[in-house]
Design a binder for this molecule. Structure first.
Ligand SMILES: C[S@@+](CC[C@H](N)C(=O)[O-])C[C@H]1O[C@@H](n2cnc3c(N)ncnc32)[C@H](O)[C@@H]1O
Length: 292
């Protein structure tokens, strides 16, 4: 393809709506759709980069991974402005080389690295923050990977597209002229997620005697879009109410023998523990995982 034609084509790609872009057959093999195709390189406008990094509340001890890092801007800005370290995963090797040069020219080569790799083949376990601007068709496949590999409390900020079916902890919307170039609209959505503690399974719960005299078994079912639980107390099965887990904090309520008790606690490697709150008073509760 003549150089001018190629430039025009790339310009058209950048101006087309991200979700509706189709790859022309004659682009390089690396640009052809695959099952892990998160879309072409369309850079996040700088003003949105600012908002994404603010929303993630980046600290110097964070390690920021950008999934499909394009020209490296999110990772480089996180290092430059917040003193974080970062990793860009990008399948297009020429963008990786470009990002490495950018980082070196800003004296950040010791804080950030860029890897030419499909993001599905890379481990995310060292990340404390994930940023991304990828096509929505990738999200359902990405959710189990993020939930399995990221540490509890890791934050994720996704530009425009939700990690379906995981409900976002926070959604921020705003208008910006810079978005017109990309999808013909000024509207922008940022979706924020915190990786919750893993609480699915069966637990032995010890509650204050005013809640229940018998031992309690908790059975918790946790998926990206659902968190439900049942308390088995003697012969009775009772649904837990309003079960939520944010980072390492759990909250749920239990109605038993006419009394509603709220449980608020922390989750760590040893189990869960915290305080109960009920009209009759409160006390300490603990829960340990049951083997098997
Ligand atoms: C819309 S651009 C976003 C670039 C950058 N994150 C930003 O926000 O400016 C998406 C990038 O993801 C890359 N990409 C898509 N699927 C990928 C995959 N499976 N593994 C690695 N990179 C991928 C593309 O090559 C492209 O550079």
């Amino acid at each position: 393809m003549r150089r001018a034609n190629r430039r025009r084509l790339l310009g058209a790609l950048a101006a087309a709506p991200l979700a509706s872009l189709a790859y022309p057959r004659h682009l390089r093999a690396a640009d052809q759709p695959t099952t892990s195709d998160g879309g072409p390189f369309v850079p996040t406008p700088w003003v949105i980069v600012d908002e994404m990094l603010k929303l993630a509340e980046i600290k110097p001890n964070d390690v920021v991974f950008d999934l499909g890092s394009g020209d490296g801007r999110l990772v480089i800005e996180a290092a430059k402005r917040y003193g974080a370290r970062g990793v860009g995963l990008e399948r297009d090797a020429s963008l990786v080389v470009y990002s490495q040069k950018q980082a070196a020219s800003q004296d950040l080569a010791d804080r950030v690295k860029f890897v030419a790799r499909d993001l599905f083949d890379a481990s995310l376990q060292d990340a404390s923050v994930i940023t991304m601007y990828l096509l929505p068709r990738l999200m359902p496949r990405l959710v189990p990977k993020l939930r399995a590999e990221l540490p509890v409390g890791a934050r994720i900020v996704s530009h425009d597209y939700a990690l379906t079916p995981w409900p976002a902890d926070k959604t921020v919307t705003f208008d910006t002229e810079e978005k017109l170039m990309i999808n013909g609209m000024t509207h922008t959505t940022l979706l924020y997620y915190v990786v919750p503690a893993r609480v699915g399974g069966t637990w032995s719960l010890t509650a204050p005697p005013d809640v229940a005299k018998e031992p309690i078994i908790l059975v918790i079912d946790q998926t990206p879009d659902r968190l439900t639980g049942t308390a088995i107390i003697g012969e009775h099965d009772t649904q837990l109410r309003d079960v939520t887990v944010r980072s390492d904090t759990i909250r749920f309520s239990l109605l038993y023998s006419g009394q509603l008790t709220e449980f608020l606690g922390k989750i760590d490697d040893s189990g869960m523990q915290g305080e109960t709150r009920a009209r009759a008073g409160g006390g300490r509760w603990t829960a340990r995982r049951r083997p098997g």
